[in-house]
Design a binder for this molecule. Structure first.
Ligand SMILES: [Zn+2]
Ligand SMILES: [Zn+2]
Length: 323
């Protein structure tokens, strides 16, 4: 199989010559019990016609699967094995029906890994060939989706937004008010990422990047704020700076803001432990007094544990959180 050169953004080569609509038959040889696959094209077979006409020769042992063949089962009596017998004919009818009657019995070749696999190895794709299945198997699809759609599952997404919200609440009161005019001046009235010129009076077009994200417990401060266009900011969201900015940008950013370059350039997020956790927790519980406290405590507990902040809690707060 030759692999075509490709520049597609999944980094995955499609394999030439695999017809993405085509179906295959799969059957286990009656004689040697090895799997055989037969390419049949984009029209499924009729069970009765197949029974009458099929001559499927095993690739491995040459046994011919046809209604005219005697059955090769050593433990069956001769009157069952004889192809002329009613028993053998009923067997052959069933044999060909199993392989052809339902869409689910067919097989398909994956266009990414080239394996021929059963129907259920492929996800649905309406109107696509007689099997209505996608061109790549679910395993390959998983790999492709990891590249095309790194935006996590809905559950992870929810988890992450809950965490951000709680972190924001914890940090309330730790944040500084940002002097916008000063921010524009320091960033030369430009989006730090795209270099697009921004106007302070066009409020929807720019945003303040919380460089080290609140999700990891960094308050908004002059040294932790960058000027970005709205588009650039929505791409960065609450990502760690080294995931979004290039090395040169990080160096320039540290120069403008006075932030710690080592921290900005860290490959993995670092939780900010330089906050007064007790004060944050008390403030959080007070602010949220009137809403569903039990739920909020359990959410808070999760973030405290996953950020390993238990030891900074007073015994009173530990007790409140049940830690
Ligand atoms: Zn065989
Ligand atoms: Zn595959």
């Amino acid at each position: 199989m030759t692999r075509r050169k490709t520049t597609n953004k999944t980094g995955l080569s499609r394999i030439d010559g695999i017809k993405v609509h085509d179906a295959w038959i799969g059957y286990i040889c009656l004689s040697c019990e090895v799997l055989n696959n037969i390419h049949i094209g984009d029209k499924l077979l009729d069970p009765q016609e197949t029974y009458e006409n099929a001559i499927w020769e095993c690739e491995w042992c040459d046994y011919v699967h046809s209604k005219d063949s005697d059955l090769p089962f050593d433990n069956w009596s001769d009157d069952f094995k004889d192809s002329e017998s009613l028993q053998a004919q009923r067997f052959w009818q069933g044999f060909f029906r199993i392989a052809t009657e339902n869409r689910e019995s067919y097989w398909k070749q994956c266009n990414a890994c080239s394996r021929i696999q059963p129907f259920y190895s492929f996800s649905k794709h309406s109107g696509w060939g007689p099997l209505e299945r996608q061109m790549e198997c679910r395993a390959c699809k998983g790999a492709i989706n990891a590249v095309l759609n790194p935006l996590r599952t809905a559950e992870q997404h929810h988890e992450s937004s809950v965490r951000r919200r709680i972190a924001d609440l914890l940090l309330e009161g730790e944040n500084e008010t940002i002097d916008i005019k000063d921010l524009f001046k320091r960033f030369d009235n430009k989006c730090f990422k795209t270099r697009k010129v921004l106007k302070i009076e066009e409020r929807g077009t720019w945003a303040i990047d919380h460089i080290l994200p609140s999700k990891f417990l960094y308050p908004l401060k002059k040294s932790n704020a960058a000027l970005l266009s709205s588009e650039a900011n929505s791409n960065k969201r609450d990502g760690w700076p080294s995931k979004f900015y290039t090395n040169n940008e990080l160096i320039a950013l540290a120069k403008i803001t006075g932030a710690d370059l080592t921290l900005l350039a860290s490959k993995t997020p670092i939780i900010n432990l330089n906050i007064d956790v007790n004060k944050c927790v008390e403030r959080y519980l007070k602010v949220r007094e009137k809403s569903d406290l039990a739920k909020r405590i359990s959410e808070l507990k999760k973030i405290i544990i996953s950020y390993d902040l238990q030891n900074q809690l007073s015994s009173k707060n530990k007790k409140i959180l049940g830690l």
